[in-house]
Design a protein. Structure first.
Length: 315
């Protein structure tokens, strides 16, 4: 059963990694368009899955619970993905994936005052490694031209800032989602994910006019076909199937081991990005990857509650 859990964790990482490649596959799409396409599809699929048992799934939810779902949908989906799209376009897939891959480290720092948190001194070296990895990522992104929309160092710096913003947004969602599920223990993790998808789909309707004004009016049929295919694939693959595999892994593995599985999302995102760009990682990127992986695994091993916080979520 442990091997099955590992396989499910790796599978979820492989599917979640597709999120970082999506902006590259539809470079004509604005962040608003990418978010609207993905989350409208996700919302529709989640609604269809929940429809037969909608009353049972929502019976225990009050107004405060729905407000929490709105906040989680904004932070962990719409805001996160819009920032990620900008980061990928301007700083590249590798830089964005490595920065967002620091989520477990940020979650640990966020929870240092929580009961059971380990002393900061025990995390000093992995945190130094994480900072060094981000520094190397930024240096390499500024030094090496991307194949994206960046016109110069300022654009690349903006992309790095957006990737860091996506990291903060996802970390806030990871913690908020864990606490929301704890407060509403009558809602299963799977139903919580699907309800978040439904709310996200509803909120993404507000992005449709912005998306159409920004770029959709000038697209030809080929671009529209590619956009719809990518949106549906990411919604089904990352949001539905990826979450299902992650939830299954969480049932089969210890939480401390599960937390380390998040590294596979970053590794697959990097693999997809390097394949798309037709290159191997540079020496600096390779060193940053090693530092990031070691830092995350070291931090997760040192702080069990981190695995609990990131055990349930949606990318």
């Amino acid at each position: 059963m442990r091997l099955l859990g590992i396989a499910c964790g790796i599978g979820s990482g492989a599917l979640w990694g597709l999120v970082f490649l999506a902006p590259k596959l539809v470079p004509e799409a604005s962040p608003a368009a990418m978010a609207a396409g993905r989350y409208l599809a996700y919302g529709l699929i989640a609604l269809m899955l929940l429809a037969p048992r909608w009353t049972a799934a929502t019976r225990a939810l009050d107004a405060a619970a729905w407000r929490g779902l709105v906040w989680l949908s904004l932070a962990g989906n719409i805001v996160y993905f819009c920032l990620l799209v900008v980061g990928v376009h301007l700083a590249g897939v590798a830089a964005s994936a490595l920065i967002v891959g620091m989520v477990p480290v940020v979650v640990i720092l966020w929870g240092l005052r929580d009961p059971g948190a380990v002393p900061l001194r025990r995390l000093a070296w992995p945190l130094v490694m994480a900072v060094a990895a981000v520094g190397l990522i930024g240096f390499e992104a500024l030094r090496r031209p991307t194949d994206g929309h960046a016109d110069g160092p300022l654009d690349v710096a903006l992309g790095l800032a957006c990737a860091i913003g996506a990291l903060v947004a996802w970390s806030a969602y990871a913690i908020g989602n864990s606490r929301w599920l704890a407060r509403h223990d009558r809602v299963s993790a799977q139903d919580g994910s699907l309800l978040t998808g439904v709310v996200t789909g509803a909120l993404s309707l507000a992005l449709v006019p912005i998306a159409l004004i920004a770029s959709g009016a000038s697209w030809d049929d080929a671009v529209w076909s590619r956009f719809l295919m990518v949106s549906a694939s990411v919604a089904l693959g990352a949001s539905i199937l990826g979450n299902a595999l992650w939830n299954r892994a969480s049932q089969l593995m210890p939480l401390t081991m599960l937390g380390q599985m998040i590294v596979f999302e970053t590794l697959f995102a990097l693999i997809y990005g390097f394949i798309y760009e037709g290159r191997w990682p540079t020496g600096i990127e390779g060193l940053a990857i090693i530092l990031m992986v070691v830092s995350v695994i070291w931090c997760v091993r040192a702080h069990r509650p981190t695995a609990e916080v990131i055990a349930e979520g949606d990318h």
